[in-house]
Design a protein around this ligand. Structure first.
Ligand SMILES: [Zn+2]
Length: 158
């Protein structure tokens, strides 16, 4: 009896450790503000059209007179290039990535990767920080639809 419960206990703890490991290796970065908040702030500043729809139903994050712009957080740096190039192709505008850096200290490396490629592959890139969000003293941004306004306990969610 004792042996059996020991085995069960061991099995459970192994499963637990496995589950933990699986859970922790799939790292989903949490962002304090929605991508859309940065997108609106930048696009308004540049007199662009937010979520411009192409004939094939894909959407450009922001279409300006010169640029087809794709916004992304650092973790989607590679994907952002493909999207910008495609939106440029679809609209005839110059492709541009606007990379969102919530923490410049360690996220700058991702911007630099895109910058290197932009010099070779003929597209533009710039980065924005939280400065563009006009944060108030509580760290909430200008966009009332942003998740920084949802309950403060869920800031760890997506
Ligand atoms: Zn916000």
């Amino acid at each position: 009896m004792k042996k059996l419960s020991m085995i069960i206990l061991l099995t459970l703890s192994t499963l637990g450790a496995l589950a933990y490991e699986t859970y922790t290796t799939i790292k989903i970065p949490s962002h304090k503000h929605n991508e859309m908040s940065y997108q609106i702030a930048w696009c308004k500043k540049h007199n662009g059209i937010i979520e411009y729809e192409n004939p094939d139903k894909t959407r450009v994050d922001c279409l300006t007179e010169l640029y087809a712009v794709e916004f992304d957080f650092y973790n989607k740096w590679a994907e952002s290039i493909g999207q910008a190039l495609y939106y440029g192709f679809m609209t005839g505008k110059r492709p541009k990535v606007v990379l969102i850096l919530e923490n410049q200290k360690w996220q700058m490396v991702y911007y630099n990767r895109i910058l290197k490629l932009s010099e070779i592959y003929n597209f533009d890139v710039e980065y924005v920080t939280n400065d563009i969000l006009n944060l108030d003293e509580n760290g909430k941004c200008f966009n009332k639809e942003c998740k920084c306004y949802k309950n403060d306990y869920s800031q760890q969610d997506k």
